[in-house]
Design a protein around this ligand. Sequence first.
Ligand code: 9MR
Ligand code: 9MR
Ligand code: ZN
Length: 671
Amino acid sequence: MNLAAIVVFTISVTASLPAQVFVDQVGYLPKAQKLVLVAGASDSFYVHKVNNSETVFRGKLNLWKTNDPSTAMTLYLGDFTGLETRDEYFIRAGAFDSYRFMIADSVYFNAYKKSLKGFYFQRCGSDLLQVHAGEYAHSRCHIGDGFYHTSTDTNGFVLARGGWHDAGDYGKYVVNAGISVATLLMAYEYFTQQFNQDNLNLPESGNGVPDLLDEARYEIEWLLTMQHSHGGVHHKLTSEQFSGFVMPQHHTGLRYLYEISSTATADFAAVMARAARVYQPFDADFAQTCLAAAEKAWQFLLNNPFIVPFPDGFKNPTGTATGEYGDGDDSDERLWAAAELFAATGDESYQTTFSLFAESLGLIDRAMSWPDVKTMAHLTFLLGAPASTDQNLRDRIYHSLLDYCEELLRIRGASGFHVLIEPGEYYWGSNSIALNKAIVLILGYQLAKKPSYYDAALDQFHYVLGANAHNMSFVTGIGSNSPRHPHHRPSVADGVEAPVPGLLVGGPNQYLNDPELRARFDASTPPALTYVDDVDSYASNEIAINWNAPLVLVAGFFASFDIATGVRDYKSEIPETFRLYQNYPNPFPRRGSAWADNPSTTIAFDLYRSGFTTLKIYDVLGREIATLVAESLTAGSHARVFESAQLASGVYFYELQAGGFRKHRRMLLLR
Ligand code: 9MR
Ligand code: 9MR
Ligand code: ZN
């Protein structure tokens, strides 16, 4: 870089950054770490209450980064972790004030709720009613979905309505649907307690099924329609060209199902296998449908061992210009399908395939993204593995996860804004890169209980909510300064001034993949500054379901708090993998019961994660009497009846093992 270039960019940086005190515009959990970043020298910072401007906290600012590689900024760091009082504040440093923010236990609940609702606003093929959608209500769209495109070997029409619009456009793409649904289901599977609300004002709220699962099912039902009778799955359903900036119900004209691809088919298999596990306690028939669809897709993959279409995967045919989600390597998708099918069925053949692909692809060394689902596969094998799991491979995956978390801590330390996006990594959708890494850290934290993983994951959430060089929350409708002009057709066409809320924009894109970015920036622009809140910048300011899904998981994870006490002390939280209840009745049988000749008692337990589970009965000498469970079970409530016709009176034990933990309880048989 020559001197002139340096001078020019220094000027443009200062000119485009009027505000200099960077905070999370939503706020902070009372007990969590709280950092403020300031650009420009100042000795101290002052935290003020919003209502009366009273100063409640004063802290020192320390030089943190000189010429930060991603932003070219010099940043000072202050720490106000000690301020735990629930209230609304802003921070003053020198001549600058930050945006306002809250300190509260439930501070992220609204962001969680809105980001999940963001999926509802993407629904295709059904009316969005005013009672659920408010001013964003509109009538149903794309009810003619869809016809087989001439580039396929099929003719005619198949009913494939529903699902979500992918992004700012109205297309529906299976590959991207796959990772998005899986991320939402993962949130529920691993953090069942945090994601079980049934009152978030969706059309299905109150139906006894968590809203998150209702929303995900809306997409899954559509995905099922994309499967060909031979098991392969059509890559996408779109018009030939992108529509204009009209409401979806005004986007008429034919839409088509395109060719089968093996990346779409494998992602489909993975999601359906996962859905089979997750929906089992709510709707066993639906779970069965999903599993059958997954197995059929798998069969297609076995019959087509090379990538479909060969040799480079899906490409738009001539005359079509909608999104491609092209990916020339389907081995990570096959790995993922194998992992999910193994977790769902325990069938050894899936494990064999999984290990084979794992050997060539390696273990956890990056986060997941739409073209690269390796880490999704490994997380499933690690956390949802059934009995027959290769423990050695499982241990290696576990260690690779923790090693990678350590690497993420190093990356955090090198970044001015503590963000896990390295210079060079500000790709299209960079905000989702930070959030997917946050997910990896959250799971690392759950397993290893290292608070620095928790803190670093939370930093990523702070980054998208305002602690970034743009001093912007990247989620529409959240925070004081958020995108007003996302590349999102309904937000432009609906006549409502504010964009549809709860949607995460892609964020800085140093590769300048649209004319708007190229008009404003060039190769000398620091990578993290390549963002503009302009409707034409689809490569930095579009929204997309695969970016919102990790937002939902991260927001929901941090939003959870103990409703009973209103207090949340995350550092002392030991996540349980299950809860084992006292058998009932106990002692058993109940006196005077008609069943005294065939004494039975019920043992109930809740699993907070799916996985291989055993429930066994022992006598006082530790001899095994009976096995009530030895299988892979889905997260949720379970119960087994123990019949003890042959046994003598006395004390017995029952022991539950799941997710690497075991617990036993006593019971008393009195004949
Ligand atoms: O609106 C489209 C957006 O959803 C895509 O991500 C993007 C890249 O494929 O393309 C957008 O459509 C633009 C097209 O590519 C070029 N002409 C202008 C279109 C609208 O801005
Ligand atoms: O998110 C996708 C990004 O990784 C790709 O680089 C880009 C160009 O192929 O496409 C993005 O996905 C867009 C899709 O093709 C069409 N709908 C909008 C998506 C988000 O911009
Ligand atoms: Zn639609």
